[in-house]
Structures are given as structure tokens and as C-alpha cells.
Design a protein around this ligand. Structure first.
Ligand code: HEM
Length: 143
């Protein structure tokens, strides 16, 4: 059996599997968590004035370790790839991905540190959109 690109399909090795599973789990928590918290926000607001802050702080305890895991396994992904033999397009997508990953981290940090509701919303939106962009670019890098 061959893929649409013409190369034979194959199972990932155990180490490849562990690397990609950890990377995808990190992405699931970092990206999925942001949208889950956003979807729960109207309900959380009904629980009290300080409820959104408490939920955000609880999510931060999970979100930042997930971001750390993404950075760690992201560099592991690069180390495991034949970057010198990769096309210039692949390298350009990787550069774009690293840029949106940094933007996502900075935006989420500023989202948490923001003093006004407007700044919180703007940085939250930038953080969520750049996180989704990182996820999409990652799928293309995986090929
Ligand atoms: C917000 C942070 C990140 C998210 C949401 C994310 C998401 C993803 C996803 C969903 C994949 C596809 C996995 C697959 O289909 O098997 C992927 C692959 C990849 N990511 Fe990330 N990633 C992030 C951070 C990073 C960082 C910081 C780097 C590098 C410094 C990186 C480098 C890569 C590479 C090279 C691949 C291809 C892996 C392969 O095929 O072996 N990622 N990423």
C-alpha cells in the first residue's frame, strides 16, 4: 500500500511514536485547553466575580508545562529530522512555525498579565490564533 504521495506507508518506530505522541499531547492541552476555557467562560462567570481568575490560574498550571513539553519535543522533532536535506519550503515553514510558537507564548503570557478586559481579550485572541497556526504548520511539517 502506498500514500497519495507515492511512498509506502509504514508504522512509526517506538521512539518516533513516543516523540510525536508527547508533542501532540502537548498541542492538545495547549490549544484545546484555550478553547475549552473560552467555551466555559460564560458559565464560570456565573459562579462568582473571582471564578474566571481562579479557573485561569488553575489552567495556567497545566498550560505552561504543556508549552514547555511542546518546546522540548519540538526541538527533539528537529533533531530527529534530516533538516540539512529538507527542501527550502520545509525550512521556511519551520521558521514560520517557530515564529508563531514564540508569538503564542508571548501573547498568552501578556493575556495573563493584562490589567484590562480589552487587553485580556486581544492578547487571548492573538494567543489562540497563533497557537492554531502553530498546530496547522506542524501538521504540514509532519508531511
Ligand atoms: C504551540 C506550540 C506547538 C504546537 C501547537 C505544535 C503542534 C504540532 C503538530 C500538531 C504537529 C503534527 C504532528 C503529527 O502530525 O505527527 C507538529 C509537528 C512538528 N513540530 Fe510542532 N508544535 C508546537 C511547537 C513546536 C516547536 C517549538 C518546534 C520546534 C522548535 C516544533 C517542531 C515541529 C516539527 C519539526 C514537526 C514535524 C515532526 C515530524 O514529522 O517528525 N513544534 N507540531
Amino acid at each position: 500500500m502506498v500514500t497519495a504521495a507515492g511512498s509506502p506507508v509504514h508504522l512509526a518506530s517506538a521512539l518516533e511514536g513516543i516523540r510525536l505522541i508527547l508533542h501532540v499531547l502537548g498541542a492538545a492541552v495547549w490549544v484545546g485547553g484555550q478553547f475549552t476555557v473560552l467555551a466555559l467562560l460564560p458559565t464560570v462567570r456565573q459562579l462568582g466575580d473571582d471564578a474566571p481568575k481562579k479557573v485561569a490560574q488553575a489552567f495556567a498550571r497545566l498550560m505552561w508545562p504543556a508549552y514547555g513539553l511542546l518546546l522540548l519535543t519540538g526541538f527533539w522533532n528537529i533533531a530527529a529530522s534530516d533538516v540539512s536535506g529538507a527542501s527550502s519550503t520545509w525550512k521556511a515553514v519551520l521558521m514560520a512555525k517557530v515564529a508563531v510558537v514564540v508569538l503564542a507564548g508571548v501573547a498568552m503570557f501578556l493575556h495573563q498579565a493584562a490589567g484590562s478586559r480589552r487587553a485580556t481579550a486581544i492578547w487571548g485572541a492573538i494567543g489562540a490564533l497563533s497557537s492554531v497556526a502553530a498546530l496547522c504548520l506542524g501538521v504540514f511539517l509532519a508531511g
